[in-house]
Design a protein around this ligand. Sequence first.
Ligand code: HEC
Ligand code: HEC
Ligand code: HEC
Ligand code: HEC
Length: 379
Amino acid sequence: MQAEKNVLLVDAGNVFGYPGVQSRLKSATAVEAMARMSYHALNLSNLEFSFGLDFFLNTAQQFQVPTLSANIVYEDTGDPVTAPSQIVSFDNFMVGVTGVVGKKYEKNILESNTENARPVTVLEELTALQQQINIIRDDADILIVLSNTGVERTKEIAQQINGIDVIVCGHGADEIKSPYFINDVYIVKAGYDGVDVGKLILSLDTRNNIIDAQGTVIALEKTIEEDSGILALIDDYHKSLKEHADELFDFVPKTPLSGGAYVGSATCAVCHASQTQQWNTTDHAKAFDSLTIKNQDYNPECVSCHVTGFGYVGGFKRPDYTSEMADVQCEMCHGAGGEHAANPQPGYGQISSLACIYCHTSDKSPNFDYATYYPRVAH
Ligand code: HEC
Ligand code: HEC
Ligand code: HEC
Ligand code: HEC
């Protein structure tokens, strides 16, 4: 897209994730990626407060991603917490960008902002927006509002506020496949989680008035070439997880619902040699390697399906402590086997096809079919 002329890249906000150690690392990586892509504006929204406003502002500043908000101000002085708007100049026209977050998310913002942070207030978005537009409208040929308010509220903004050309809507999983046109305002919205990107092509006449707008939502599928720089950045993020292993893998193991503790396949092998031999030939027996070669062995989001008993007594704890519990071992299908191993009885380990789809989800194993998959692991 950057090969095209006069491209403005903006985000309506909630680029950050929910609070958590891994989420914080991932969120900072997302902002760094936006910097590499030369984003022009990121609208401050509720999730940007997940690790405290200062963390967000420092991260954006470190990577030089321009942030804005017309309606989040410091409670004590009423000063905006970041630039309320900005003007981006192109060859022969200027674009003004401003943004708001829904007043209805103020509670989330106040709750997630860290304890000692300087308190903020979210102003009613229509009033704050109209004020900001009055200030920049004359300097901009095209005026774009980033609206992290959801679709319904965004429609009200289009109807009630004058001077807007385009609203990039955020909040919620819904997307607008082709732009709405309400009160001379184009409203666009892409999906979420970075799975697609919205593209709006504006055609201008000689006096820089919009004469046509074509909008699409482009799914970022495998057919779209990957960027080696961004891939390297993501790889660095994966590698960095190892340095944070103490925080990421800090949990108290739970007791399995039945069967006692997890004991591992080496214990089962003593009495079930033939099944163990067969299991060793399956991909389940090397499932953890698949993470290691991708530098994702310290990624808690991956391990649960690629190891045995993650989070449970006797199960996998972290790569450097419990390598014997790596891979998809016997107990991931048969259930925790501590009691059975100590006192072998018939009846243990009965399983149904449901045992498979705990891991073979439609997302992670789209071709899964019990009839064709089972014979490949049967023993
Ligand atoms: C000390 C030996 C021993 C160990 C260790 C052991 N088993 Fe068994 N297992 C047996 C015996 C014996 C039976 C057969 C019981 C019967 O049919 O009387 C059995 C039966 C089973 C069955 C079939 C149950 C049934 O009713 O058909 C499964 C599945 C099984 N074991 C899985 C495991 C797994 C998984 C482990 C490791 C967590 C394990 N076993 C550890 C001895 C053992
Ligand atoms: C704990 C999670 C988990 C469970 C439960 C599980 N699997 Fe898997 N399975 C995996 C993972 C992870 C892989 C990929 C291993 C790799 O290559 O890294 C896999 C791979 C496979 C493969 C090889 C696929 C290929 O492309 O070659 C087959 C076949 C398979 N599983 C069948 C099953 C069946 C049948 C069941 C249920 C009886 C089952 N699995 C239960 C996690 C699981
Ligand atoms: C919900 C369970 C689950 C989670 C979580 C999961 N995987 Fe898997 N993974 C699977 C299953 C099941 C397969 C086998 C898919 C098949 O062959 O049908 C698999 C296969 C793989 C493979 C080998 C096949 C391939 O596509 O190249 C790799 C590599 C892999 N996973 C990496 C990861 C990474 C990295 C993560 C974390 C970002 C992850 N997995 C998280 C279940 C999971
Ligand atoms: C991918 C899932 C899966 C894994 C992993 C797995 N099994 Fe099984 N196992 C099955 C299924 C399915 C059956 C068929 C019995 C059933 O339907 O309950 C079975 C049957 C068995 C039986 C009974 C065999 C018989 O002849 O009646 C034993 C014993 C057993 N498994 C032991 C093991 C041991 C030991 C391991 C690890 C080395 C292991 N299994 C790993 C799915 C699995």
